[in-house]
Design a binder for this molecule. Sequence first.
Ligand code: FAD
Length: 264
Amino acid sequence: MIERPNFVRATLLERIDFCPQVAVFRFKSDTQLEFTPGQYATIGMEDGEKFIQRPYSLVSSPHETIVELYVDLVPEGLFTPRLWDLKPNDSLYLKSKVIGTFVLQEKTGMKNHIMASTVTGVGPSISIARTQKRDLESGKIKAADAHNLLVLHGGSCSWELGIYKDEMTELAKEGWLTYVPTISRPWEDPEWVGETGRAEELIRKYADGLSCNHTNAVGYACGHPQMIENAKGIFSRMRLPKEQIKEEKYFVVKPTPKPITTTT
Ligand SMILES: Cc1cc2nc3c(=O)[nH]c(=O)nc-3n(C[C@H](O)[C@H](O)[C@H](O)COP(=O)(O)OP(=O)(O)OC[C@H]3O[C@@H](n4cnc5c(N)ncnc54)[C@H](O)[C@@H]3O)c2cc1C
């Protein structure tokens, strides 16, 4: 690897496959990253003459020594197929500065946080939840000051939610987290007994049930752009003002090319 300004080396420790197209990647970074939970890291790789880089939300909490990413494989993509080619002990580049504004909106004074996500878009919520758990355990924050997190985690089928489904279900026993895994294709996952439907379809049911409203809650949507648009509409209809709605769009949907019509 050549030296690249602003990047450090990260070495792959392991990849855990949830299914052929969804996995968690764990890296050891040469430098401990400093960041606020919810922010994203940029990773890069050489591709012949080119240097390609992509942003990924950090699932890990700032106190952890490993860098954990939850990634969707885009088979026709430029970066992710190369990421899947990596073997343990292979290295890539990690930008030393972690950035992003998709973080817990503490300055609003709101104690309730409604977080809707599609598959890997739950990463920021996990980082925020892990950090709050740690802060409570260390006494950095008191139980009375804990934020209430409602995390709606959507996937097509339950296996896409992987080990995070169990981790968050366990964490929810602490009381300040409500975790709702949900799948949109129950006919492909007949053994699933949990919620069905897309994450945004469950916002009102759970937010209303927990008495979250525009006077006490912030809405967050992360991942697939269509879910984000739908969730923003629902938050607006709950009367959440713009300042209380946060989004992190992972990609843009390319418009379908119009058929060429010829006049003869
Ligand atoms: C702030 C931020 C944080 C992100 N965090 C994560 C994360 O934690 N986990 C994660 O998996 N991705 C995340 N992404 C998306 C990631 O940066 C890449 O865009 C993605 O991994 C695809 O890269 P690629 O080079 O393989 O595909 P590209 O070559 O960049 O894209 C090929 C085509 O696929 C579309 N596309 C890209 N991603 C998807 C997708 N997931 N599903 C369907 N179509 C897609 C693109 O719009 C494009 O048309 C994040 C993006 C942003 C902006």
